[in-house]
Design a protein around this ligand. Structure first.
Ligand SMILES: NC(=O)c1ccc[n+]([C@@H]2O[C@H](COP(=O)([O-])OP(=O)(O)OC[C@H]3O[C@@H](n4cnc5c(N)ncnc54)[C@H](O)[C@@H]3O)[C@@H](O)[C@H]2O)c1
Length: 381
């Protein structure tokens, strides 16, 4: 245990840690409170005296000083670049802008980028790091619930194409991940609910007991019980960690983490990432559609579906396309966008289909007629 853990324990501020062990790289995820101000203690072993460039979401201007203040204790070479967030920033234009800006600031092969923001900043900066000077290290400091439970770990980085989400990218694992729940306090309720969708996704994929726990504490997690938040983030990350360790490059079981995403990505793409809906909201509706598809093909029971649906409704997660947006009115267009998703290969679309709570399966045998009939019911009802 390092000095920081002892200090924080003395102050009764728990700090949890998970280790991700992969072929390409192994790294730690740190969870807890007051991590930003103490980041120098945690990060010293990675970045002492190296040149650091923090790429931050402009909305975090005020928080940046805590992070910079702390890191300036361990390096004299600290730069920062503010970026406007939102899904539109996950673009080749922003990727190109950021590359030039970083080179202008001065970068060498030992420089480290720090992604300080939500999933958009993390995905974008990770992708820049993976190609800058043929690959430099980066650290994730996720600032949304969604990024803390999902996007900051596992090493998927990238930007969107006009043809679909995340179509341009790479696998590039971070050097470390620092998740501080204090920073979540400024998130809107809508953002928190969106992040909660990815927590519940992890439970539905692999852990029935975790799901049951969430049905008891979901609202407390969303509305700000810090201890429960740390616990939920830790549990969700642990599930993702186990799956990614088994299949880093998504040749098999890692695809399970895409539960709800074939529908969700198409929904986001349909509205052209216009900011009217959040990623987690689209995933939430996507998970419910995956359940409805599972009901249609008889792979889950209506009892299991009702339990899931009731929990989604109770915590305020959107459960239908109509509830989310009135911009989606053409089932064929939505189906076309689903086929642009990465999960389409050899003429077959892969779906992650729920069986029981805590158990899902990859299925490549679902006919387009069944999917289209579901989309028809969903959009034209
Ligand atoms: N790489 C992966 O494995 C993976 C997994 C899941 C999702 N994702 C990606 O993550 C993205 C969604 O992430 P997101 O929901 O964090 O989006 P985001 O980064 O756009 O953040 C959402 C909003 O919250 C604001 N924000 C960020 N931190 C804040 C804070 N502490 N207080 C107040 N506001 C804050 C942002 O400015 C933005 O308006 C999507 O692009 C999705 O594809 C990636």
């Amino acid at each position: 245990m390092n000095i920081l853990l002892e200090v924080l324990n003395l102050k009764k501020k728990p700090l949890k840690k998970l280790s991700v062990s992969l072929k390409s790289k192994s790294y730690e995820i740190y969870f807890g409170y007051d991590i930003l101000e103490n980041s120098n203690y945690i990060l010293e072993k990675y970045i002492k005296d190296k040149s650091i460039i923090i790429v931050y979401d402009q909305i975090l201007e005020k928080n940046l000083k805590f992070l910079s203040g702390s890191l300036s204790n361990i390096t004299n070479n600290l730069e920062s670049i503010g970026v406007k967030s939102g899904e539109k920033s996950k673009s080749l234009e922003m990727y190109s802008f950021l590359n030039e800006k970083i080179i202008e600031k001065g970068v060498d092969r030992k420089s480290i980028l720090v992604a300080f923001g939500g999933g958009v900043i993390g995905d974008l900066v990770g992708f820049v790091a993976s190609t800058m000077l043929r690959g430099i290290d980066f650290i994730q400091i996720p600032t949304t619930l969604l990024a803390q439970v999902d996007s900051s770990i596992g090493g998927k980085t990238g930007v969107n194409s006009i043809y679909g989400k995340n179509l341009i990218g790479s696998f590039h694992q971070p050097l470390a991940v620092l998740s501080d729940v204090n920073i979540l306090k400024s998130l809107s309720k809508k953002e928190l609910i969106s992040g909660y969708a990815e927590i519940i996704k992890h439970a539905l994929i692999k852990d029935k007991i975790f799901f049951k726990w969430l049905t008891g504490f979901g609202e407390d997690i969303i509305y700000g019980n810090d201890e429960l938040r740390v616990e939920a983030i830790y549990k969700a990350c642990n599930i993702k960690r186990e799956i990614v360790q088994e299949d880093e490059l998504e040749n098999g079981p890692r695809a399970l983490l895409n539960l709800g995403h074939t529908f969700g990505h198409a929904i986001e793409s349909y509205v052209n990432y216009d900011g009217s809906l959040l990623h987690g909201e689209a995933v939430s509706v996507g998970i419910i559609l995956a359940y409805k598809l599972a009901l249609k093909i008889g792979s889950t029971s209506s009892r299991e579906f009702d339990i899931v649906l009731n929990h989604f409704k109770k915590v305020g997660l959107p459960t239908s396309i109509k509830q989310l947006t009135d911009k989606i009115d053409n089932k064929n267009k939505l189906w076309q966008l689903m086929q642009n998703d990465k999960k389409f290969s050899n003429g077959k679309l892969s779906f992650i289909i729920p069986e029981k709570i805590g158990q899902v399966k990859i299925r490549n045998d679902i006919s387009s007629e069944v999917v289209l009939s579901l989309l028809k019911e969903e959009i034209e009802k």
